[in-house]
Ligand binder design. Structure first.
Ligand SMILES: CN(C)C(=N)NCCC[C@H](N)C(=O)O
Length: 264
């Protein structure tokens, strides 16, 4: 199994993340300070996404990353490989994402003299508290919504990227840097626009159970959110998600492509 896609995915995910971090912090009025936890988590997850995507395409089409420019895979194969990568990345992402959402939603971010300390003092303390209070399964709260969010949207992500590169690149050549940046940016926007409804539900499921359980499951969370707040609830955060998605994914794809060309 070729591993360079995993390594390139790791490095490109970390670079994209550095750009996206300010947006992540603003998005939930968050207090998710410090870069070590996001780099350790999102970069690993991105490595799983790109590594599984490329190796699934290798299985489906018997072509390596380098051969795919001359023999482009069908959109159906790209979609299936993207969905497979998305499904497995969601499984790895679930505990990290839960910790991120719990930390971002703390109303007391840091210990103040004389006031009650925050519930979670950092990522490790948060993971240990969830494990102690909610068990191993507690670390996977919201994982179903995350899988529903990421499986089809990663298919959309790679189809948009490959489709745009194909459109603007002469037959058999590698896409230019400008094409990779634009295609990567739009792939990020397309996937996040499609992912936002389930992103909203996923975050609610992850916060559920902190004090008392409100939702019976993903469907119940969707129905009660729409009943109480209308259909607009599914588009909450779509603008900031898209604004963040363009630079993050432009840089992610550019570094991924160049690392593989450099090693290839
Ligand atoms: C949930 N969705 C839509 C995605 N994860 N889309 C792919 C983008 C991945 C990139 N690390 C980012 O955070 O934008």
């Amino acid at each position: 199994m070729p591993v360079e896609e995993f390594v390139a995915g790791w490095i490109s995910g970390a670079l994209g993340l550095v750009l996206g971090h300010p947006f992540d912090t603003v998005k939930l009025l968050g207090f998710f300070k410090g870069m070590s936890f996001p780099i350790a988590s999102i970069a690993v997850v991105n490595s799983v996404l790109f590594g599984v995507y490329s190796n699934t395409l290798l299985l489906l089409t018997a072509t390596s990353h380098q051969e795919r420019r001359a023999q482009p895979p069908s959109y159906m194969h790209i979609f299936l490989a993207g969905c497979t990568g998305g499904f497995l990345q969601a499984y790895c992402l679930a505990p990290f994402d839960l910790i991120k959402v719990r930390l971002q939603n703390q109303t007391e971010p840091v210990a103040q003299p004389g006031s009650t300390p925050p519930q979670y003092q950092g990522p490790v303390h948060c993971a240990a508290s969830i494990f102690r209070e909610e068990g191993y399964r507690g670390l996977f709260r919201g994982a179903w919504a995350l899988m529903l969010r990421d499986t089809p949207t990663m298919g959309i992500y790679f189809i948009t990227y490959e489709g745009l590169c194909h459109q603007y690149t002469p037959e058999g050549q590698n896409p230019s840097s400008a094409t990779v940046l634009v295609a990567g940016g739009f792939a990020g926007i397309a996937s996040w626009v499609a992912a936002t409804p389930l992103d909203v539900i996923k975050s609610r499921m992850q916060m559920d159970g902190l004090r008392r359980r409100v939702y019976q499951g993903v469907l119940d969370c969707m129905v009660s959110s729409v009943r109480q707040e209308g259909l607009g609830v599914f588009f909450r955060g779509v603008t900031i998600n898209s604004a963040r998605a363009f630079p993050v994914n432009a840089v992610t794809f550019l570094s991924y492509e160049y690392l593989l060309r450099w090693w290839g």
